[in-house]
Write a protein that binds this ligand. Structure first.
Ligand SMILES: [Zn+2]
Length: 197
């Protein structure tokens, strides 16, 4: 399986059959590019999901609602061979703007209040929430990384400690050996009659 045939985005969106899923997982384990791409998409999704926690029912439509057909955001999601983190975030913001503006723009009475003002407010709100969600997701990723580093260090320390112990054992064994050899030599020297006497 080559990178061009791996659909990491479809994988993150949970759209793959079990066999395709397994193939992507296998490839991602071996390919650093695709594994980084997956990490980026997971972060974006985490940001989106944490936004969904905040009781705005329109956002849940993001995955399931038929209103979004023909699922413009999926087309956009797939556009370009490898969408970067920033553009994924812009897409997230676009989805949120769409979700917000749908109920607001539709009723004519509300629209007369001042669409521009509402849009400004939405934009501010979205920026704040996306920033917060991204900061949270990045913070979690960093905490995870710090924990991993701590674990690796601890393992390394244990390894060094056990290496040190086995080195000490070798040195002590060698010291005992030379002690014995020296003692044996002394005995031999003392017992041997000197030649010529
Ligand atoms: Zn790859």
């Amino acid at each position: 399986m080559s990178c061009s045939t791996v659909d990491v985005k479809a994988y993150v969106l949970g759209e793959l059959a079990a066999s395709e899923k397994a193939a992507v997982e296998g490839h991602v384990r071996a390919c650093q590019n695709c594994s980084e791409e997956l990490e980026r998409l997971n972060l974006t999704q985490a940001a989106l999901l944490s936004l969904e926690d905040e009781e705005v029912p329109q956002r849940i439509a993001f995955v399931s609602d038929k209103v979004f057909e023909p699922r413009w955001w999926q087309t956009m999601w797939r556009s370009g061979p490898a969408m970067g983190f920033a553009s994924a975030l812009m897409l997230a913001a676009a989805i949120l703007v769409h979700a917000y503006s749908r109920p607001v723009v539709q009723p004519a009475a509300v629209a007369t209040v001042g669409t521009a003002k509402i849009e400004q407010r939405i934009e501010r709100e979205v920026t704040v929430r996306v920033d917060a969600a991204v900061a949270k997701a990045v913070g979690q990723a960093e905490a995870r990384q710090t924990q991993q580093v701590a674990q690796i260090l601890e393992a390394a320390e244990k390894k060094i400690e056990s290496q040190r112990r086995s080195d000490m054992a070798v040195v002590q064994q060698a010291a005992r050996y030379y002690e014995q050899q020296t003692a044996r030599l002394m005995v031999a020297v003392n017992n041997d009659p000197r030649p010529g006497q």
